[in-house]
Design a protein around this ligand. Structure first.
Ligand code: AMP
Length: 431
């Protein structure tokens, strides 16, 4: 009997041959779950509500059907229009999405443009004047161009809203509604979000028509791929709550001999791109980032995600750990947690339906275990969860946060044998 439910290859999904060649060139052999669920419906012209975070392959899930549409109907875009519009919350994500379109469109070279703030208007004006097949934009600058009449969306065929919950965090909901109002009612609309706060479901209800719903549960999927046996920290992202904290952690790592760079909202666009490029190319081993700066960063091979502080909002944890164990790879998530953060930890465990694996570390810096923080940690009593995706390092109340010194955390991981000794250095600056 022939199995008809299981889709195994990209050609089974019905994608154009020219795209299949590009995917082969990219080394993609099998569609990820979000791709095999979304692509057939999108090829039929359906709207889509996708609950998926970065790392699931969601970019290709929307880019491939859009490119397929362009190939099926090779009209040249009229000046000052875009056939497909993708809205992204950050400049970095917008640039990455555009790169994905260029890669997947390698064999037919669609015109792909990026409109983001922080750079001069003139090249953007010229690009828009020519008209684009695919326009990837952040909302603020896009509204400028709509206001000045340099861009008209009245003929746009497809709209994608990527990382909608992050757009909400950044206050983009009103701009998004203003942009959507300029698009024709007759269009295909896709909305992707890692989480579904109330405001986003309301936006989805208003924007989408009878959408196909695709949900790839990020926490469980990620947890299953995260392994505590991987001791090598070759590419790590450390998350801090504040921009200042990110700078300090990066400085301390640098002075401890660990190549690090910080990325956050106070850095210029060129500094951010340089930091990202260094990290991507392996010149910098550790990228220290705030949540907002890191959202949507697409770098392969991130072996570790370290939560220097737990995020205030549990959903952010899911986004953070989604930076590792991407597209089938394995990775490790480590969270440093003090007593004051226990409510945050409980919220994360509730949201992810996991109990995080737990390693204790005494406040004077000495370990209760053998000093090897990378080894599978002792179980926390009464921890029933089958999924483990990281270790928690609580410290005693009122004590110095030994575990939060970046040198300690990283050297402990890097050189397990002398990790304990390093933690005893009392004069390590606090962050
Ligand atoms: P995304 O969730 O779109 O940010 O994609 C995460 C990463 O997975 C990107 O680096 C993609 O290049 C990669 N990727 C996406 N789809 C596949 C696939 N089917 N096979 C292998 N890698 C993929």
């Amino acid at each position: 009997m022939k199995a008809t439910t299981e889709v195994m290859t990209f050609s089974d999904l019905g994608l154009n041959e020219i795209l299949l060649r590009a995917l082969e060139r990219e080394g993609y052999t099998t569609p990820t779950p979000v791709q095999s669920q979304a692509i057939p419906a999108l090829l039929q012209g359906r709207d889509l509500l996708g609950v998926a975070q970065t790392g699931t392959g969601k970019t290709a899930a929307f880019a491939l059907p859009i490119l397929h549409r362009l190939l099926a109907d090779k009209r040249r875009p009229a000046p000052n229009t875009a056939r497909a519009l993708i809205l992204a919350p950050t400049r970095e994500l917008a640039a990455q999405i555009a790169d994905s379109f260029r890669s997947y469109g390698h064999f037919f070279r669609p015109s792909v443009g990026v409109i983001v703030g922080g750079v001069s208007h003139r090249p953007q004006n010229e690009m828009l004047a020519r008209g684009l097949d695919v326009l990837v934009a952040t909302p603020g600058r896009l509204l400028d161009h709509l206001g000045s009449g340099r861009l008209k969306l009245g003929t746009t065929e497809v709209l994608v809203l990527d990382e909608a919950d992050h757009m909400l965090d950044l206050g983009f909901i009103v701009p998004i509604r203003q942009i959507v109002a300029k698009l024709p009612k007759q269009r295909q609309t896709l909305l992707f979000s890692a989480t579904m706060p109330r405001e986003i479901s309301a936006l989805a209800d208003d924007m989408l028509r009878d959408p196909t719903k695709v949900s790839v549960t990020p926490a469980a999927t990620t947890a299953e791929r995260v392994s505590l046996n991987d001791r090598e920290i070759s590419r790590a992202i450390v998350f801090t709550r504040t921009k200042r904290g990110a700078d300090r952690v990066a400085q301390h790592l640098e002075s401890a001999g660990v190549g690090a760079d910080a990325i956050h909202g106070n850095k210029s666009q060129s500094q951010r791109l340089r930091a990202l490029d260094g990290f991507r190319k392996g010149r910098t081993r550790v990228l220290v980032a705030t949540d907002i700066a890191a959202r949507g960063i697409d770098v392969d091979g991130v072996t570790h995600v370290v939560n220097f502080e737990l995020p205030e909002v549990a959903e952010a944890y899911v986004h953070r750990i989604g930076r590792t164990a991407r597209a089938g790879a394995t990775g490790q998530a480590i969270s440093l947690c003090d007593n004051g953060e226990r409510p945050l930890l409980r919220a994360i465990e509730k949201l992810t339906r996991q109990t995080l694996e737990f390693t204790d570390r005494r406040a004077d810096g000495a370990r209760q275990d053998d000093g090897d923080s990378a080894r599978p940690a002792p179980k926390r009593p009464n921890s029933p969860s089958p999924h483990r995706n990281g270790a928690q390092y609580p410290r005693r109340e009122g004590q110095r946060p030994a575990a939060k010194r970046p040198g300690a955390a990283f050297n402990g991981q890097k050189r397990p044998a002398n990790g304990g000794a390093r933690h005893k250095q009392a004069n390590r600056p606090q962050v």
